[in-house]
Design a protein around this ligand. Structure first.
Ligand code: MRU
Length: 359
């Protein structure tokens, strides 16, 4: 696949021309405002990830990779030890911004292990190598998204209705996206699909981001409230569900935006195939099952008042606001990865497909 600098610079996360900052499209302002933020301190990157200005597991990983390169250029280069020590501290700080999407820690650790691998060469040269590594993370994501989109498209036929939850499109990744990849690639190939986008309470990624990018891409999209999914399924309008993922455990359980497991249960009830689509970087073999995945809890005001002119609940009312839930692997038809479509038994086939390990 020929990936140009233009392809990379058109993504929601990219490197500035002088390579001293990470540029992100502020996703909190969409669909009403298109504004880019320039990040070049650990605090600015941390805040951008925490506030969801940059969000979506792969995009967070790309942002973290670039941030490590940008910060490396500001660190003390006189000794390897102090260089590595300060970068490791930056990395741990960035990882603490959001716990669930594994791509964040995966990218930080990949950058740190590159530094370790190069410990016998002068630090200024290591910094150049980190620049290449961060671009490789981004380039690989574009390639992985293309392959995921291609595999995903093979699972549907022209005219099918696809239901999706949250946003796993180009904004959350790089070109194509994961769960929305088949729709964008289908459009390029003249295969039209109809998409039902759950609005995705409480942060409305489906309304603000998914319907926005599909509509702008000329893809037939209908926005629904989360509690309408059952009805559109019952009406026979949905032939498959495609959702993203933030972390896939070794047995196929996976974390994704809160509400995903409910969609999976509905899909099972109506006999509709349910797929999660994600890159290799989202699989975490160190989590045996979904019980090992740390679920982020967010500010209660996201439920009470964030999207309303006036609060819709009294300030003293208790709220429970988990950002993600875990979908049990028994509800999954298959996991669509960049290395192929993985069917049950997932504990065996994930390792076989992704690591080339046989039992
Ligand atoms: O809290 P968010 O908006 O970062 O949650 C994002 C999701 O749940 C996505 O589905 C997931 O990160 C996959 S993005 C390709």
């Amino acid at each position: 696949m020929n990936i140009t600098k233009e392809d990379m610079n058109s993504c929601s996360v990219h490197l500035s021309e002088d390579e001293r900052s990470v540029i992100i499209l502020d996703q909190t302002l969409l669909p009403n405002e298109t504004k880019y933020l320039t990040l070049n301190t650990p605090e600015a990157v941390y805040d951008a990830i925490k506030s969801l200005a940059v969000r979506g597991a792969p995009a967070i990983g790309i942002c973290a990779g670039y941030a490590m390169y940008v910060l490396a250029q500001q660190r003390d280069t006189r000794s390897f030890e102090s260089f590595y020590g300060s970068l490791e501290k930056d990395g741990e700080y960035l990882i603490s911004s959001r716990p669930t999407a594994v791509n964040l820690s995966w990218a930080v650790r990949r950058m740190l292990s590159k530094v370790q691998e190069c410990k016998d060469i002068p630090v200024p040269e290591i910094i150049n190598i980190l620049g290449e590594e961060s671009k490789a993370i981004h380039r690989e994501d574009i390639e992985m998204c293309y392959r995921i989109a291609d595999y995903g498209l093979s699972l549907v036929k022209p005219g099918d209705g696809i239901l999706t939850h949250c946003n796993a499109g180009p904004l959350a990744t790089s070109k194509y996206g994961t769960a929305l990849g088949p729709m964008f690639l289908g459009k390029e190939r003249g295969i039209d699909l109809h998409v039902f986008s759950d609005e995705t309470r409480p942060l409305l990624q489906g309304a603000r981001l998914t319907s926005y990018e599909l509509y702008k891409g000329g893809i037939d999209v209908t926005l629904i409230c989360d509690n309408m999914a059952s009805m559109v399924m019952k009406n026979g309008w949905v032939q498959a569900c495609f959702v993203g993922c933030d972390r896939i455990a070794a047995n196929g359980d996976f974390a994704n935006k809160i509400g995903t497991s409910g969609v999976a249960i509905l899909a099972k009830h109506y006999g509709i195939p349910f797929y999660t689509l994600g890159p290799t970087s989202t699989v975490d073999f160190s989590c045996a099952t979904g019980d090992d995945i740390n679920i982020e809890l967010r500010d209660e005001d996201e439920i009470r008042s964030m999207w309303y002119e006036k609060p819709m609940a009294l300030s003293g009312v208790k709220c429970f606001n988990p950002a993600f839930d875990v979908t049990d692997h028994s509800l999954l038809t298959a996991i669509v990865t960049d290395k192929g479509i993985v069917y049950p038994p997932f504990d065996v086939n994930l390792r076989k497909t992704l690591l080339g390990q046989n039992d």
